[in-house]
Write a protein that binds this ligand. Structure first.
Ligand code: AMP
Ligand code: MG
Length: 422
């Protein structure tokens, strides 16, 4: 694949986040379906060396340039021969001189009724289709003996049994992990067409937020390091847009500056409809804002907007809500924008170790972890300012939109962080 550096990737439509008139509370599933429908890859492509491929997203199907294994070979250390010349009972075969080893092929043919010393990974010489394990043989300087029958092609690997030449090793949109690099390398691939890393701008807002020397009325910026780290763990390029006080002019200049450095912007704070919610105010008056009232706890409206052609996700300021909104909404959305396609979180069912009465109407996410005996426990406080609960948790328990009484032992849905942070 050739790369055209000046190729301009498609832009999202300005009205892509618009909600139909009159929509009040949107269930989580519907909000996800709406996002999924409007998002597609927005980054250009480039070609990189395979060893730089970790975490990158394939921009093309990758076809094996050679089969793996390329030739039939031995799976063990032993002796090779043609099966047709063996039978049941004790088989004694004279040895030919020489041997077949990995990287040192045996030249010449092995006559039927003879055997050759062969080592793991060695190409099967002409006249060999079956290998007997050395541990199963009596061995002299000139012959071997073993108990037959042996299965035809025993202890051998067929050419292409792992993957055939020309077969698709990995599809376009696949995000590369360490084992994927092994597969691509084995099939002779050295260069990779990939999407450019999605540049994710992270902006914190709030008059009270500082990064050092906090006065009593100030708090440290917890969201920015968290969201920058999230983008990095997703294989994207985190772009630190710093912090802005609650000031429309300053937020405007931060957002506008970001359009040259980022493909998508995540803000935190100021996204509701209050007096000091300058992010949503600005996006509403000068960007294309859609405030999605998602029926979810924690989480207030999720502000979705286009700012000078760049999608903006306005996350709540509260670190617990910011993280959960980022995991549930931003992660699949950014994955789609990055070329890796929409992702749905891994979910499994565990018995609850807790009790909870839940009202109808909003889906709930609780900070949770797995106990030593395999139950889901939840953090003692549901307070949305409790960052310690995020650090304590190894996942989330998801409670459905409907009313529910959970008792110990009841099945609940657990979403592991391990999946969310990759
Ligand atoms: P907001 O969404 O701006 O109303 O903020 C909600 C709560 O989150 C307030 O208590 C803020 O002080 C707090 N908050 C906002 N941004 C951050 C941040 N970057 N780090 C820690 N707390 C924050
Ligand atoms: Mg604020």
């Amino acid at each position: 694949m050739t790369t055209e550096p000046n190729l301009v990737p498609p832009r999202l439509r300005n009205d892509c986040f618009a909600m139909p008139q009159g929509v009040a509370w949107v269930p989580v599933e519907e909000a996800l379906a709406r996002l999924r429908a409007v998002l597609y890859p927005i980054t250009a492509t480039e070609t990189i060396a395979l060893h730089q491929g970790l975490g990158r997203v394939l921009a093309d199907d990758m076809q094996a340039t050679r089969a793996n294994p390329p030739q039939a070979n031995s799976a063990v250390d032993g002796y090779g021969f043609v099966h047709a010349a063996t039978g049941t009972g004790v088989c004694q075969l004279p040895l030919v001189s020489g041997r077949a080893a990995a990287g040192q092929p045996f030249t010449g043919a092995v006559p039927a009724g003879h055997a050759v010393r062969i080592l793991t990974g060695a190409i099967l010489p002409e006249g060999v289709d079956t290998v007997v394990l050395e541990e199963d043989c009596a061995i002299s300087a000139t012959a071997i003996a073993f108990d037959g029958p042996i299965k035809p092609r025993a202890n051998t690997r067929r050419a292409g049994e792992d993957i055939a030449q020309g077969a698709t090793a990995l599809p376009k949109g696949h995000k590369l992990r360490a084992p994927d690099l092994a597969l691509l390398a084995a099939t002779g691939i050295a260069m990779l067409p990939v999407y450019r890393r999605l540049r994710v701008g992270i902006l914190s807002t709030g008059d009270e937020i500082v990064t050092q020397n906090a006065a009593p009325h100030q708090i440290y910026d917890a969201n920015r390091p968290m969201l920058l780290a999230l983008a990095q763990s997703w294989g994207m390029e985190p772009v630190d847009l710093g912090h802005s006080p609650d000031d429309t002019d300053l937020i405007r200049s931060k957002l506008t500056e970001a359009t040259t450095r980022a493909d998508v912007i995540l803000t935190s704070g100021g996204a509701s409809a209050g007096d000091e919610d300058h992010v949503s105010r600005l996006l509403a008056s000068e960007g294309q804002l859609s405030s999605w009232r998602i029926a979810m706890k924690p989480g207030r409206p999720l502000a979705l907007a286009m700012w000078q052609g760049i999608p903006v996700f306005g996350l709540p300021g509260n670190p617990v809500a910011a993280l959960i909104c980022a995991l549930i909404f931003a992660r699949p959305a950014l994955s789609a924008l990055s070329g890796a396609g929409w992702t749905s979180p891994q979910k499994f069912t565990l018995p609850a170790s807790f009790s909870k009465t839940k009202k109808a109407g909003r889906r709930e996410y609780l900070r949770a972890r797995i106990t030593a005996d395999g139950q889901a426990e939840v953090f003692a406080s549901e307070g949305s300012g409790r960052i310690s609960g995020l650090a304590w948790a190894t996942g989330l328990v998801e409670l459905p939109d409907e009313a529910l009484q959970v008792n110990p032992g009841d099945p609940v849905t657990f979403l592991p962080f391990g999946d969310f942070f990759a």
